[in-house]
Design a protein around this ligand. Structure first.
Ligand SMILES: *[C@@H]1O[C@H](CO)[C@@H](O)[C@H](O)[C@H]1NC(C)=O
Ligand SMILES: *[C@@H]1O[C@H](CO)[C@@H](O)[C@H](O)[C@H]1NC(C)=O
Length: 410
């Protein structure tokens, strides 16, 4: 029984991860990947050397150690293509679930937010969350140990986000603008709701915001999330969730993809929504071959939110364990209405986005109804789905130009 169930769950989770961007992809063939591997990045080189410098931009590699020991890499693009040093404030870019900082750089330079910002005089900093390719270090444990993966987005905001904010603030002596996509919006909103990081922040731009997950549009996703929650102890045993997780994952995905009615060539659209504007000449390959992962516990936390419709800390599933962790029988709630009304916010969401559903964004906006009118800019893009906000070939004109206009006045 567990196998059929496991098969479906893995596939859906993989979709949520690949979600990030593919129109078509293959989900299995771990072996053929290894023999025909298209290498976008040399794993030993950092993001600067493999992605930024080849495009002609200066780039610095930085690291910061979180209070709980994770060693994160951050890239700084301190000047535009012309070489002229930034004369505008720092901007921190925070990627979403299971992708990493490279997503801000993969399109042509005039389409990639990190490089557009640098060319417009901003001092650009690119974050990479724990567990992603270039942030796998730790002061005492290794990614091969289960304890390394004992975290959810609660820790991403409590430790990773505060460490990266502090690094940028210390290095530049300035408060920063923030840009988050997908999970990068949730952790920021949750931190701001607790009055955290505000002393280092100028403004925040939230692309394809994820906060409430009650209306995930895909019935397919919802069905599997329910199954996943029913078996959460089994999945927690896997610790690190990676689509390239070896023979077990390969077998499960093959089984899933061979089911009647399941077409793994286009399984992402039903999950993320139909992305209108990706560059298919490289996105398929990129999202198929690049290794990426997150903590299984993090995915369970997100599934809990989809079930309950609330934004709360991770639920240990019983009153005793919650008491041990939180001193109360239920997990503490993040109250979005506590975000300061005068914090400049730019929020951009799409009509075709199944992960950041229009109805859930409306609930978030309802929470922000007392926000100062001139501090909240809301943009709705009818044709955009989840990945278009970062990788759309026309996002420069549609999203990034208004975003920079917003930064300019804040
Ligand atoms: C699966 O979807 C792809 C892309 O939409 C299509 O080209 C292919 O023919 C489909 N395969 C099957 C078996 O339906
Ligand atoms: C798509 O990407 C390729 C490879 O980087 C590039 O040559 C092409 O111009 C891009 N197309 C668009 C529409 O941006």
């Amino acid at each position: 029984m567990a196998e059929a169930l496991a098969t479906q769950i893995l596939a859906i989770l993989f979709c949520l991860s690949a979600a990030a961007a593919v129109a078509r992809t293959k989900f299995y063939s771990v072996n053929s990947q290894d023999s025909t591997s298209v290498s976008f990045l040399n794993a030993n080189d950092g993001i600067c050397k493999s992605v930024v410098e080849p495009k002609g931009y200066a780039c610095q590699e930085h690291t910061v150690t979180t209070k709980d020991g994770y060693i994160l890499s951050i890239q700084r693009v301190p000047s535009g293509l012309s070489g002229q040093a930034a004369d505008k404030p720092p901007v921190l870019l925070q990627h979403g679930l299971i992708v990493d900082g490279v997503t801000w750089l993969m399109n042509l330079p005039e389409q990639s937010l990190a490089l557009i910002l640098a060319d417009n005089g901003y001092d650009v900093w690119i974050a990479n969350s724990r567990g992603t390719r270039f942030s796998r270090g730790h002061t005492s444990v290794k990614p091969t140990e289960s304890v390394y993966w004992d975290w959810t987005w609660d820790e991403l905001l409590a430790y990773d986000l505060s460490a990266t904010f502090q690094l940028v603030h210390d290095q530049t002596g300035q408060n920063l603008h923030y840009v988050g996509h997908s999970l990068g919006t949730l952790i920021a909103l949750a931190a701001f709701s607790q009055q955290k990081l505000l002393n280092m922040l100028r403004s925040a731009a939230l692309l394809s915001p994820i906060a409430y997950l009650n209306h995930l549009s895909s019935p397919f996703a919802r069905g599997i999330i329910d199954l996943f929650l029913a078996e959460d102890l089994y999945w927690l045993g896997l610790h690190e969730f990676t689509p390239r997780g070896g023979q077990a994952v390969k077998k499960l995905l093959e089984d899933f993809c061979s089911k009647p009615g399941i077409n793994c060539s286009d399984i992402v659209t039903p999950i993320t929504g139909p992305n209108c504007c990706l560059n298919s000449s490289w996105t398929n390959e990129f999202f198929h071959y690049e290794p990426r992962s997150t903590a299984t516990k993090n995915l369970i936390h997100l599934a809990q939110m989809a079930r309950t419709g609330t934004i709360a800390m991770y639920d240990y599933g019983n009153e005793n364990d919650n008491m041990d962790h939180y001193g109360q029988p239920t997990p503490p709630v993040y109250n979005m209405a506590s975000i300061p009304n005068d914090l400049p916010l730019f929020l951009s969401y799409g009509g075709k986005d199944y992960l950041s559903d229009v109805k859930d964004v409306q609930v978030l906006l309802e929470n922000l109804k007392d926000h100062d009118g001139d501090k909240l800019v809301v943009q709705y893009i009818d044709e955009y789905a989840h990945a278009d906000f970062v990788l759309g070939v026309n996002a420069n004109r549609i999203v990034f130009d208004p975003l920079m206009a917003f930064f300019k006045i804040n």
